[in-house]
Design a binder for this molecule. Sequence first.
Ligand SMILES: [Zn+2]
Length: 277
Amino acid sequence: MYEELVQLVHGVQAYERARDFIVALRAYLILIFGDMPAVAGIMRIKGPAAVHPCRVCSIPGIRDTSNGKNTSYYTPLHRANNIYEFEDLPIRTHEQFVKQSKWVADGRKKSNAECTRRSRSCGINGTPLLIRLLSLSVPALDFMHILENILPLLGLDEGSEKYQISSTVLAAIGEACSAAGDTIPACFGARVPNIYTVRHFFKAETWILFATLFGFTVLYNRFKKPQYYTHFVKLVGLINVCLQFELTHDDINTLEKGLINWVKGYERCVGSFLLTQ
Ligand SMILES: [Zn+2]
């Protein structure tokens, strides 16, 4: 595939009849996206289970050590010893990413141990093949996959945490969602499955539909603390702005401030774990 993309960059000559002119037709790959493991593979970064799990910034992750089986890292802004500011995250630039990936690859010439040490320190496994295409920069996060990853995390299962919903209530919500599919026009999107019995059928589209079409109603008065519902509603409001066909500068400012406040609120909701790290 890489050779084919290089051929597209070199392009072909074509005759433009209207101007009686020979032009060069070229095609450049400017964007790639996918779910987190797929992009981690393309970019040769260590991915969501690594100490540096983020492809956009080099923030180190922390792990909930109270649960020995938990191997996932999370990247909260608030830590026991310091606070990361949204406006001042250690963002990975394209040039820095290329430099670090080469530094890791060069480490292998010294020894495998040196390569591993360098790789762990920056969260990159080596130089991605596609980065040699000069038209391509470090992949952005895409809306669909962000929501596909965020929405299932909003604790709907029965559990010990106060923000989780009991299985009885969740079963009723699941039935309501499933039954509503009979009367919702198909133009609204896919049918939302029963979130209690067949949650494994949920995909990005149905998570977004659940949040934006059903969430306001079926989650109202369902949480033990109203603040969790309010917090959820704020997220849905921001999702709805993102779904607009046009965004004004005011909308973008609303999103920027709103998302920062939403994440701060999220960390307050789950704060006890984060603050002990
Ligand atoms: Zn990040």
